[in-house]
Design a protein around this ligand. Structure first.
Ligand code: SAH
Length: 353
């Protein structure tokens, strides 16, 4: 209880205190009737109400390609999965998704994809320029993995505003085990580059990766506190049947919700999505996240014919719903949970414009 109050007062907890809190919350028997957990979630909710009120921002997610040169061990679209049916949206398809999204009220488009060789700077800057021209009032968010600083700069100059690049896990050795041929230092350097260029930057991690300990998670929290990003995406690990982690258990919804609440208290102004992975593991997972301090949801705007192919993990929700259905469904869920939808761009409160 005292640790939660300390967090809520924005006094930074030590690493060992954070670890103690996570350890304690792992044992429901110890936490009588979930008192500390409940208190934590209440405090996080209060903090989000102070800063954002009861509004939840919606972003339209367009999954532009599932070609990927990387081999992230957990991911269903890894290069080493011959079973993945590959697709790449054309410029026209992306623009059509934006058009539909704009009509539905979206004012942020998030373009996410694998690291696709065909996504040259020339292609992406052309695409961004078209969207920027057609929808000058919208935010353009990219989530396309690691690129050079020059490339990030070119995409920014073309009109991109925000970039999501989860650090995935902030422990070097642990990171290396899941990302063959990659290094956490490079990922971190990308995040620093993105920040220096002027993007609103999102980092984040997976909860429940096989072998992950609370010490690992404390490293994630510490890294995020230091980076102080504008957005933080966290979600439970969910196995994909065609990856080396096929037989591993999923991360826990409860733990993800606890971590969302802790992040809301540690980095109060951050934009914090209740992710699709959270909603995929539990039918009301996103609602639980929103009640614990999350204030963003990213409904799917990808063309229906490619939805199932952007197959990061098993059991991903909303693969069969039209953009308009997702939009309505999520609005109902948010309202039933006692919150309201906000369709504005939803920049970070400290964002200079
Ligand atoms: N290529 C981009 C986008 C990756 S997909 C990039 O590198 O940033 C977006 C996120 O999905 C990843 O950052 C990862 O955290 C998450 N993800 C991938 N596989 C997953 C799985 N099996 N379970 C849960 N989340 C997963």
């Amino acid at each position: 209880m005292a640790l939660v109050d300390q967090l809520a007062l924005e006094s930074d907890l030590s690493d060992s205190a954070l670890c103690q809190l996570l350890d304690y919350l792992d044992h429901p028997d110890q936490d009588q009737d979930g008192r500390v957990r409940h208190h934590l979630i209440q405090k996080a909710h209060q903090k989000r109400m102070e800063i954002y009120g009861n509004r939840v921002f919606l972003r339209g997610l367009i999954e532009i390609s599932n070609y990927c040169k990387r081999n992230c061990v957990y991911c269903g679209i890894r290069a080493g999965n011959p079973g993945a049916e590959r697709y790449r949206l054309t410029l026209e398809q992306v623009l059509e998704s934006c058009r539909i999204g704009y009509e539905l009220g979206y004012r942020t488009f998030v373009m996410q994809g694998g690291e696709d060789h065909a996504h040259t700077d020339a292609f992406l800057t052309g695409l961004i320029h078209e969207i920027r021209t057609a929808y000058p009032d919208c935010a353009i968010t990219l989530s396309l993995g690691e690129r050079s600083r020059e490339s990030y700069q070119a995409l920014y100059n073309a009109g991109a505003d925000r970039y999501l690049l989860r650090h995935e896990t902030a422990d070097d050795g642990f990171y290396a085990g899941f990302h063959p041929g990659m290094a956490l230092s490079v990922r971190k350097a990308c995040l620093e580059d993105l920040k220096a260029i002027g993007y609103q930057v999102g980092a984040g991690f997976m909860v429940g990766l096989p072998g992950q300990s609370n010490q690992h998670l404390v490293k994630d929290l510490r890294f995020l506190k230091t980076l102080d990003p504008h957005m933080i995406g966290i979600g439970p690990f969910i196995p994909h049947h065609e990856t080396p982690l096929a037989d591993q258990p999923s991360g826990s919804v409860e733990k993800t919700v606890v971590l969302l609440a802790i992040l809301r208290l540690m980095i109060p102004k951050v934009l914090l999505p209740a992710t699709t992975a959270l909603g995929s593991l539990n039918p009301v997972g996103r609602e639980l996240g929103i009640r614990a301090g999350a204030n963003v949801v990213m409904p799917n705007l990808s063309p229906l014919e490619v939805r199932e192919k952007y197959d990061l993990y098993d059991g991903k929700i909303c693969t069969g719903d039209e953009a308009a259905e997702c939009r309505q469904c999520i609005q109902k869920r948010i309202e039933n949970a006692g919150f309201t939808v906000d369709m504005a761009r939803g920049d970070h409160p400290d964002w200079r414009n």
